[in-house]
Design a protein around this ligand. Structure first.
Ligand SMILES: Cc1cc2nc3c(=O)[nH]c(=O)nc-3n(C[C@H](O)[C@H](O)[C@H](O)COP(=O)(O)OP(=O)(O)OC[C@H]3O[C@@H](n4cnc5c(N)ncnc54)[C@H](O)[C@@H]3O)c2cc1C
Ligand SMILES: *[C@@H]1O[C@H](CO)[C@@H](O)[C@H](O)[C@H]1NC(C)=O
Ligand SMILES: *[C@H]1O[C@H](CO)[C@@H](O)[C@H](O)[C@H]1NC(C)=O
Ligand SMILES: CC(=O)N[C@H]1CO[C@H](CO)[C@@H](O)[C@@H]1O
Length: 421
C-alpha cells in the first residue's frame, strides 16, 4: 500500500492526540484548523487519571503535572461549608495518577509544541468546502481552493461539528439548560477567615446552584472556581455575546452567590465572586449531542471522534478525557488498518469493533455523569435541598471514598487492541 495519508480536521484535544499516536507508529497526518493560531479560550480544565494516562502515552504527562494543581481528595460541602463527604478524584496508589486542575491553554500549548517538535504539520485558518468520498479515498476541497486526496478524514471539530453533519445529518446539539461560569482570584486577595471555612478543593451544593472551588496553579496560589447555574437558551450569537458581556456574567454570579434570599453562601464563595477580576470571567453553556448510530461514513473513510461524536455533560469532568481516549484508541485502530496483513474488506468490521468498544465505555461514563448532573441543578424548595444533601451523604457512606469509579479512572486505551479483528 502507498504511504498512508490522513487529514485531521480540528486542533483541539482529540486532533493533536491522534496525530501524535499515529506518528509514534510511523503514520503521518496533517491537521487543518479553522481558527487562527493566536486564538485562545480561557478557563481551567479538570484532568482525571484516565485523561492523564493518555497524555502520558504521548509523552506529555511529566510536563503537564508541574503546571497544574494536583490533588486526590475532593470535598463536598453544602452552601454553608458543612462537609457532606469526600471523594477520590485521583490517587497515585489506586489509579497511578492524581487529578490535575490546569489552565486549558497550557494543555493546548503543550500539545501544539509537541506537534511542532514531531514535525507534524498544522495548517491554520483552513476551512473545508467539501468532502467527497471516492472509492478508497476522500477528496477534501478547502475554501481557498486547495485540494487534498487522502485515505481518511477524521473530524475532531468539536461540539458544533460540520463533519458530523455528513455522517448523521440534522444531529444538532441541544442546550441542556445549565451553564458554567468560571473565574479565579489570587489566594493572597482572600481573607484567612474565609479560607479557613472551606477545605479545598471543594464542590459546594446550594439551592441557587453549585460552586466548585479548585486551586488551578501548581503551588495553589491561584484559586479558580466553576459555578453551575440554570440559564435560558440562546442562539450561537447570543452565547458569544454573553461570553463577552462580563458585567452580565458577574451579575449572574452575584444574584445567586452573594445576594441570594434562598441560600446563605459561606464567606469564601462570596469573597471569590466579589474579588474576581471581571474581565477574566468566562462562560460555558452545556450542550448535548443526540446519540449517533455510527461514527463513520458508510465506506469508513470519514470518521468523527471527541465532542463531534458525543458530548459528555461537564458534571463528571470527563469530556476531555473521552476525547483523549477516542483519539488514542482510533490511533491503534488505524495502525491496524495500515498494517501489511490487513484485508481491505475488513475495514467497516474493524471500525465497528472500535466504535463498539468506545460506545460501551461512554454509555457507562454517561450513566455516571448524568446521575450526578441532576444534583447540581438548583432546588426551589428547601426540603429538596435537604434531601439532596442526605443523598450525597448516603452515597458516600455506602460506597466509601473511592465511590465505585475504579473502572472509569483505570481505563487503558491499549485495551482496544484485543477487540480488533
Ligand atoms: C470552558 C470549557 C471548560 C471545560 N471544562 C472541562 C473540564 O473541566 N473537564 C473536561 O473533561 N472537559 C471539559 N470541557 C470539555 C472539553 O473541553 C471537551 O470535551 C474537549 O475539548 C473535546 O475535545 P475535542 O478535541 O473533541 O474538541 P475541541 O477541543 O472543541 O476542539 C475542536 C477544534 O476544532 C476546530 N474546528 C471547528 N470546526 C472546524 C472545521 N470545520 N474545520 C477545522 N477545524 C474546526 C475548533 O476551532 C477547535 O479547535 C470544557 C469545555 C469548555 C468549553
Ligand atoms: C503535587 O504537588 C506538590 C506541590 O504542591 C508536589 O510536591 C508534588 O510532587 C506533586 N505531585 C505530583 C504527582 O505532581
Ligand atoms: C471530580 O469529581 C467531581 C464530581 O464527580 C467532578 O465534577 C470533577 O470534574 C472531577 N474531577 C476530575 C479531575 O475528574
Ligand atoms: C450514581 C452515581 O453514579 N453516583 C456517583 C456520583 O458521584 C459520586 C461522587 O462524585 C460518586 O461516588 C457516585 O458513584
Amino acid at each position: 500500500m502507498a504511504k498512508p495519508n490522513i487529514v485531521i480536521l480540528g486542533c483541539g484535544f482529540a486532533g493533536p492526540t491522534l496525530a501524535l499516536i499515529l506518528k509514534q507508529r510511523g503514520i503521518s497526518s496533517t491537521i487543518y484548523e479553522v481558527r487562527p493560531e493566536s486564538y485562545t479560550q480561557g478557563g481551567n480544565i479538570a484532568l482525571a487519571p484516565n485523561a492523564l494516562r493518555v497524555l502520558d502515552h504521548v509523552g506529555l504527562y511529566e510536563q503537564i503535572r508541574t503546571q497544574g494543581f494536583n490533588y486526590s481528595e475532593l470535598n463536598f460541602d453544602n452552601s454553608e461549608g458543612v462537609c457532606l463527604g469526600t471523594f477520590l478524584n485521583g490517587s497515585k496508589s489506586l489509579y497511578n495518577y492524581e487529578a490535575v486542575r490546569i489552565h486549558r491553554t497550557i494543555v493546548r500549548d503543550a500539545l501544539r509544541d509537541k506537534l511542532k517538535f514531531e514535525g507534524i504539520p498544522i495548517k491554520w485558518e483552513k476551512k473545508y468546502k467539501s468532502l467527497v468520498e471516492k472509492e478508497d479515498k476522500v477528496l477534501v476541497t478547502f475554501e481557498d481552493g486547495e485540494e487534498v486526496l487522502t485515505d481518511f478524514v477524521i473530524g475532531t471539530d468539536g461540539i458544533h461539528s460540520a463533519v458530523r453533519e455528513l455522517i448523521a445529518p440534522n444531529t444538532h446539539p441541544s442546550f441542556s439548560g445549565l451553564m458554567g461560569v468560571m473565574g479565579h482570584v489570587d489566594r493572597s486577595e482572600l481573607t484567612q477567615e474565609a479560607l479557613a471555612g472551606v477545605q479545598l478543593p471543594n464542590f459546594l451544593f446550594g439551592a441557587s446552584g453549585s460552586f466548585a472551588i479548585m486551586p488551578s496553579s501548581f503551588d495553589g496560589s491561584e484559586i479558580g472556581y466553576f459555578a453551575t447555574i440554570e440559564a435560558e437558551d440562546r442562539d450561537r450569537h447570543g452565547w458569544s455575546k454573553l461570553e463577552s458581556d462580563k458585567e452580565e456574567l458577574y451579575k449572574m454570579l452575584a444574584d445567586r452567590f452573594i445576594e441570594n434570599k434562598q441560600t446563605h453562601w459561606n464567606p469564601l464563595v462570596q469573597e471569590l465572586v466579589k474579588k474576581t477580576p471581571k474581565d477574566e470571567l468566562s462562560s460555558w453553556p452545556f450542550f448535548s449531542v443526540p446519540h449517533l448510530d455510527r461514527w463513520f461514513s458508510s465506506n469508513g473513510r470519514i470518521i468523527v471522534i471527541g465532542d463531534s461524536a458525543h458530548a459528555i455533560p461537564p458534571t463528571g469532568g470527563q469530556g476531555a478525557a473521552m476525547a483523549f481516549e477516542d483519539a488514542e484508541t482510533l490511533g491503534y485502530t488505524l495502525t491496524r488498518i495500515f498494517s501489511s496483513n490487513f484485508e481491505s474488506g475488513e475495514l467497516v468490521k474493524t471500525l465497528s469493533a472500535w466504535q463498539k468498544h468506545r460506545t460501551d465505555r461512554i454509555a457507562n461514563v454517561l450513566a455516571f455523569t448524568t446521575k450526578n448532573g441532576t444534583m447540581r441543578k438548583s432546588s426551589p424548595h428547601r426540603y429538596e435541598q435537604v434531601a439532596k444533601e442526605w443523598l450525597i451523604w448516603a452515597m458516600f457512606k455506602w460506597q466509601g471514598e473511592e465511590g465505585g469509579v475504579r473502572w472509569m479512572y483505570n481505563y487503558n486505551a491499549e485495551a482496544v487492541r484485543s477487540v480488533l479483528p
